[in-house]
Design a protein around this ligand. Structure first.
Ligand code: ATP
Length: 351
């Protein structure tokens, strides 16, 4: 006999949230009934705008907040009412929360010292943790004598030294400049693979979530709008909010949608799927097309964005790689153009 039901997972989820809700005094419903499963060994991102409830979700998992209702399970065990130190998780905060008067070694070994782990073992484990984050040679420095990226690594080493089941990271790269952030994104991903610990990361930066994570949950107003792989969430956004927050909002709605797509509804088209053709060039057999005029040309280094006002009364953004002479693209402002894209790249989204 065959069945469509999926097999139960061999191991319980690293983190499981059931109808989790948190209302603060004053009535702010920061987390509004969240169901979520994060698998063992996964790099998982909670992605959403400021105030959407990501940090509150993370603090609930860490135990710094108590839920108003719902449950939190770690490795299958209900920890909803346990204090932070009884949960097998560790948190890396955005400001790193390092002790300024302590050296790198003292910061990283602090929790072991508190638990009276013998000196020899402590030294061995601190050394191993510093090697993991590539900070050998910095043992005796204080936080003020380190760069932002190095402080970030100290915070990581301190969180990893207890080998938690789950590492919680709240905007861990937020304080770094763009170049360093890009480097650290790769390093963090590599580190996660090496240590094999489940990472649950909070970020408002879509690029960060897409480049580092195995899966992403898009959070909006205390709820999860979509969970999926980075490619799922980007290529097949479930709602208009996801389409706009993860990428450029490029939507066809109302009469414009009916005329271009041939159906009523709300549709998202990613800018890089759209090609510009001349008004007299026919669209392909599997393509949709719409004519309009280029309203803006925005040069962005590697690519150029063209904002096109369609005759049907909508504005779409198209992206062109700057492989050819950039001056040609820049001259497009004001020109009549036809936009064409594959029908399969027209994604129906919820409101
Ligand atoms: P950011 O990216 O800006 O940190 P966030 O998505 O992490 O935002 P939260 O910090 O979780 O959002 O906040 C969600 C909502 O809950 C916000 O409206 C916030 O003002 C509110 N909130 C958070 N903490 C408290 C608190 N201790 N008391 C009252 N309201 C709070």
């Amino acid at each position: 006999m065959t069945t469509d039901r999926p097999l139960p997972p061999a191991t319980p989820a690293a983190v499981r949230l059931e109808r989790l809700a948190k209302t603060f005094d004053g009535g702010v419903r920061a987390v509004d009934g969240v169901d979520l499963e994060v698998h063992e060994g996964e790099f998982f991102a909670l992605l959403g705008p400021s105030g959407s409830g990501k940090t509150t979700l993370l603090r609930l998992v860490a135990g710094f907040e108590t839920p108003t209702s719902g449950r939190i399970l770690l490795g299958g065990a209900d920890v909803s009412r346990l204090p932070p130190f009884d949960r097998d998780v560790n948190t890396v905060f955005q400001d790193y929360a390092l002790f300024p008067h302590m050296t790198v070694v003292q910061n990283v070994g602090y929790s072991l010292a508190v638990r009276r782990v013998p000196k020899a073992e402590r030294t061995r484990r601190v050394r191993a943790a510093l090697a993991t984050v590539r900070l050998d040679g910095f043992e005796q420095r204080r936080p003020s004598q380190l760069s932002g990226g190095q402080r970030q690594r100290v915070a990581l080493a301190r969180a990893l030294i207890n080998r938690p089941k789950v590492l919680l990271l709240d905007e861990p790269l937020g304080a770094l400049d763009l170049k360093l952030r890009h480097d650290m994104q790769l390093e963090l991903k590599q580190l996660q693979r090496e240590v094999g610990i489940t990472f649950l990361l909070v970020t408002h930066d879509q690029e960060e979530a897409l480049t580092m994570s195995d899966r992403v949950a898009v959070v909006n107003a205390g709820r999860i709008e979509q969970v999926g792989s980075p490619a799922d969430v980007y290529e097949r956004p479930a709602t208009a909010f996801v389409a706009g927050f993860v990428g450029t909002s490029n939507l066809l709605d109302g009469p414009a949608a009916e005329r271009v797509v041939g159906e009523a509804g709300l549709f998202s088209i990613r800018p890089e799927k759209i090609r510009l053709t001349r008004p007299d060039a026919p669209a392909g057999p599997h393509e949709l097309s719409a004519s309009g005029r280029v309203a803006e040309v925005v040069y962005a280094g590697g690519h150029t964005r063209l904002l096109v006002d369609l005759e049907v009364g909508a504005r779409l953004t198209a992206v062109q790689q700057n492989a050819e002479d950039v001056a040609d693209v820049m001259r497009r402002r004001g020109q009549a153009v036809v936009l064409a894209w594959q029908r399969k790249h027209t994604v129906r989204v919820g409101r």
